[in-house]
Design a protein around this ligand. Structure first.
Ligand code: ZN
Length: 318
């Protein structure tokens, strides 16, 4: 009845176990046995086979009575600090590992967290920006929560950081790619990638019904169009700057429907640093000096982007 299971931290002090079923099942009994006589505490679950209709009915009623999630993390207040806020978003975390190297020895969630911290340090050194991270440890953060965090922080730029992987049969692609949001993907590979990244919530068992695609309805307004322009401007700046130090994908700028890029008022990009499925990329991704060089280049791209933006504002051409 059980295909696979996994577990991990979803919040400080809270873990989650996800069990993938082969066919519909219901929880017959669930209880905890206290530790004793050299045995640890035990969680006991009795599953029983059920039919599809009863399964769906039970899921619907469980969702209605489900508790509300814990209060989300609030961005630290600016305390009168007027510098632009940059939100860095290391992908995945906790139960959601993201992609993995060939022997499973290196996980996307760890690569991108380390990279985001280095990048934070490099940007902070410039002294001109406040930098906030959507997660600074191995915790799972739902996609909508990442978007909300950036909006609440009044971010001037949001950068989601990931590392891609391709199955062998799809060739041996390499290099970094910068993605912006669009309803229609540039190509099937970009669409598939967005779908894969959007699965983060499903992996951790987040109830998507509680997270309406609020942004879709506001997409049309002007603010959104301006945000889109800024996102693209930054994507181009980023690519033209990091290409001096970092290997890029042959089409380094693409777009697709990434949930995490849906803040209507925050210019947002998603950077895939490289492919863990490619030998050379994997070597780079695992290397301290590569991470440092690339973070350096990204910090200078960010600074370049804000310099032109602020200069533009002064002359009245926003
Ligand atoms: Zn990812």
């Amino acid at each position: 009845m059980i295909k696979a299971f996994r577990f991990g931290l979803v919040m400080p002090g809270g873990s989650r176990i996800v069990i993938d079923l082969v066919k519909p099942a219901r929880v017959d009994k669930a209880f905890v046995m206290d530790p004793g006589e050299g045995t640890p505490a035990r969680l006991v679950l009795d599953l029983a086979v059920t039919d599809r209709d009863s399964f769906l009915r039970k899921v619907a009623s469980d969702q209605r009575s489900a508790q509300t999630p814990p209060p989300p993390r609030e961005p630290q207040s600016s305390n009168g600090d007027a510098r632009p806020v940059i939100v860095l978003d290391p992908g995945h975390g906790g139960i959601d590992t993201g992609t993995k190297g060939p022997n499973g020895q290196i996980e996307e969630k760890d690569i991108v967290l380390d990279f985001a911290k280095r990048l934070q340090e490099k940007i902070e050194t410039l002294g001109k920006y406040r930098v906030l991270l959507t997660r600074s440890d191995d915790t799972f953060v739902p996609l909508a929560e990442r978007v909300r965090f950036a909006r609440e922080a009044d971010a001037a730029l949001f950068i989601s950081i990931h590392a891609d992987s391709l199955p062998k049969r799809e060739g041996d692609t390499q290099g970094a790619t910068v993605y912006t949001l669009s309803e229609t993907a540039t190509d099937p590979a970009a669409a598939r990638l967005a779908e894969q990244e959007n699965r983060a919530d499903v992996i951790a068992g987040v109830d998507l019904k509680d997270q309406p695609d609020d942004v879709a309805s506001i997409l049309i307004d002007l603010a959104q169009r301006e945000t889109k322009t800024f996102s693209l401007q930054f994507a181009h700046k980023l690519v033209s700057t990091i290409k001096r130090t970092t290997r890029l994908h042959k089409e380094p700028i693409k777009s697709a429907g990434f949930r995490v890029l849906r803040a209507p008022d925050v210019p947002s990009v998603l950077v895939e640093l490289g492919y863990v499925s490619n030998k050379e990329d994997l070597q780079s991704l695992a290397s301290d000096s590569w991470r440092d060089r690339t973070a350096d280049a990204m910090a200078s791209a960010i600074d370049g982007y804000f310099s032109t933006r602020l200069a533009g504002t002064r002359t009245g051409a926003k």
